[in-house]
Design a protein around this ligand. Structure first.
Ligand code: AP5
Ligand code: MG
Ligand code: ZN
Length: 220
């Protein structure tokens, strides 16, 4: 069983890598950003509360996100582990996650920090396209779909996220530095953190993440 956390700045490749590792280890990807966007799209109560925060690049309040993840972790497909993509995002969420996992007799195996510079983040997010149907992620230059407007996997329509505008990207980077980066030291203190360079080919980065997971989890 692998319970993994993928962290990193906006655009680091958390979603891209989570999808690949999810297929490789047959464990679900739990992306708080994707779940929140689905709630915004469906105009649920949670979505209506979350939208303003997401549009400005701020974090959605902890109590909303924590209960959403706690509920998701009790679902049957998490019995063999999961990948948390974009959660926790501050020390308070990390504490809440530990409590939830302890109640389920689980714990985190490794926190993979995908490391990418700010200028590269801006290049990646300004060209990102996402499938409306299956969530697959593309880039207009770095990871082109065969046809500009449709998903290679499911033929769904590709769109640009509302928060991928340059001003919002800057705000998200600041929120990452101020609120999420302290988690690196937090998880280093628990000997769970493993940094992986997030630049280079998607496949090479996946290889480095798989090695990190196998190394850490074989030693425990
Ligand atoms: P979220 O959806 O998690 O956004 P994020 O953290 O800003 O990260 P992204 O999804 O933008 O990037 P990614 O790292 O997944 O990169 P990707 O693989 O797509 O959160 C959105 C909002 O929701 C937050 O701002 C907040 O409001 C709210 N939220 C979410 N979680 C929350 C929480 N826990 N608490 C409170 N609020 C929360 O890749 C990016 C692009 O780069 C793609 O185009 C891709 O094709 C390309 N790419 C990927 N890898 C490479 C590579 N190796 N080389 C070149 N290009 C690459
Ligand atoms: Mg993502
Ligand atoms: Zn698709």
């Amino acid at each position: 069983m692998y319970n993994l956390i993928f962290m990193g700045p906006p655009g680091a490749g958390k979603g891209t890598q989570s999808q690949l590792i999810s297929e490789k280890f047959s464990i679900p990807q739990i992306s708080t950003g994707d779940i929140l966007r689905a709630n915004v799209r469906d105009k649920t109560e949670l979505g209506q509360e979350a939208k303003g925060y997401m549009d400005s690049g701020a974090l959605v309040p902890d109590e909303l996100v924590v209960s959403m993840v706690a509920g998701r972790l009790t679902e049957a497909d998490c019995s063999k582990g999961c990948i948390l993509d974009g959660f926790p995002r501050n020390v308070s969420q990390a504490g809440a996650l530990e409590d939830t996992l302890a109640e389920l007799n689980k714990s985190i195996d490794i926190v993979v920090g995908i490391e990418v510079e700010d200028a590269e983040v801006v290049r990646r997010l300004s060209g990102r396209r996402v499938c409306r149907e299956c969530g697959a992620t593309y880039h207009t230059s770095f990871n082109k779909p065969s046809n500009a407007d449709t998903c290679d996997k499911c033929s769904g329509e590709l769109y640009q996220r509302d928060d991928d505008k340059e001003e919002t990207i800057e705000a998200r980077l600041k929120v990452y530095r101020d609120e999420t980066l302290p988690l690196v030291e937090y998880y280093k203190g628990k000997k769970l953190f493993k940094g992986v360079a997030g630049v280079g080919s998607v496949d090479d980065i996946t290889g480095a993440i798989v090695s990190a997971i196998e190394e850490c989890c074989d030693n425990t």
